[in-house]
Design a protein around this ligand. Structure first.
Ligand code: FAD
Length: 319
């Protein structure tokens, strides 16, 4: 299965490519890939280059980056985009950029291209989101950028689209065991609830929930709603929730149908990651909390009373 963050990049790449009259190529690495190699075409790519090899069955950063570098040296792309996931954007992309001796702009929120210079305009917030930096790499190619999942919409899937599919055989691969660098023994999935960027309903815990027990209560609400739990940076920093559940500028960008922020003040860095939610509900004891400026529905009061009441209602509704 291809992650949404990658499919979203195909849509953006399509737009950029049309401005500089070039085409969009998707790279896929793995083992026993099967028909999934056709998927990028359905989402807007002109071409898919894939490498199917047992050594690529599990993601190992130095092996994956080695293959991408070999492909980049052969096909000479002007731009390479990565989804800013933990693996793709934070680990793999810098590996590739360093080997290719080029720059990378991480966590872009907008991308454009100058048709004259063909420079990629890489836009990302900086200084706590107070300014937007426009970063260009005029002297190096390829230009590398990563974009967080859900910053761009997923293009529609059109199975009537046609494109070129190229199977690449990579001749030399580094030692699968990483020449002592990294060896993947097993992959353990520990999460019970869906990740925040995937769920249709996200209940977000803010510092106002007061403790890990408060987060537990909200998790119960999230489960009853068929959704998942997220948190603000303060909640993650307090150790009440895992870092991959942080919503905001330095966390995940989410676009759920329903966002419920509980004990969340509505700081700009948090709002950045949730403002595209369809329906925003805020529960806060302070009627002047900034989150209410973004909310479709606001409830003022102590979250414990309100959330317990909601849980009771939902339990009775489900009976
Ligand atoms: C560079 C940078 C990046 C950042 N990135 C992120 C990010 O990705 N995500 C993020 O979230 N933040 C981020 N922050 C932090 C951000 O600025 C805020 O500090 C943070 O979002 C505030 O978290 P909060 O709303 O949980 O806590 P607070 O601002 O402390 O708000 C707590 C709220 O809970 C309410 N409350 C208290 N008790 C109750 C109760 N019993 N019932 C109901 N409500 C109650 C209060 O009225 C208050 O509004 C970043 C900051 C910087 C500088």
């Amino acid at each position: 299965m291809i992650k949404d963050g990658s499919l979203q990049l195909i849509g953006k790449a399509r737009e950029l490519a049309s401005k500089i009259s070039t085409d969009v190529t998707a790279i896929m690495l793995g083992h026993n890939l099967g028909d999934v190699v056709k998927e990028p075409i359905y989402y807007g790519a002109d071409r898919v280059i894939y490498v199917d090899h047992p050594a690529l069955a599990k993601y190992v950063p130095h092996i994956y980056s080695n293959v991408i570098v070999q492909l980049a040296n052969k096909y000479k792309p002007e731009i390479i985009l990565f989804a800013a996931t933990k693996r793709g954007g934070r680990e793999l992309a810098p590996y590739v950029a360093n080997t290719l001796r080029t720059g990378i702009t991480a966590d872009c929120t907008e991308l454009d291209v100058d048709p004259k210079t063909r420079d990629l305009d890489q836009v990302r917030p900086t200084y706590g989101g107070n300014i937007l930096a426009h970063i260009r790499t005029p002297n190096r190619r390829p230009q590398l950028a990563s974009v967080r999942p859900n910053v761009f919409p997923t293009p529609p899937r059109d199975t009537s689209r046609k494109g070129e599919i190229i199977a690449e055989a990579i001749e030399s691969l580094p030692n699968i065991n990483g020449q002592g660098l990294i060896e993947v023994k097993s992959v353990v999935k520990g999460e019970e609830l869906p990740p925040v960027e995937k769920a249709d309903v996200v209940v977000v815990a803010g510092r106002g929930v007061g403790s890990a027990d408060g987060v537990k209560l909200l998790t119960e609400l999230a489960k009853l709603l068929g959704g998942t739990i997220g948190g603000t940076k303060k909640v993650v920093d307090a150790g009440w929730l895992a870092a991959d559940r942080q919503v905001g500028q330095t966390g995940k960008t989410i676009r759920p149908t329903l966002y419920i922020g509980v004990g969340v003040s509505g700081a700009i860095q948090h709002v950045f990651g949730m403002k595209e939610s369809k329906i925003i509900v805020a529960i806060n004891s302070d009627p002047n909390a900034p989150i209410f400026q973004y909310a479709d529905y606001g409830i003022v009061g102590d979250y414990r009373d309100i959330v317990k009441e909601l849980i009771e209602l939902l339990k009775n509704y489900k009976k």
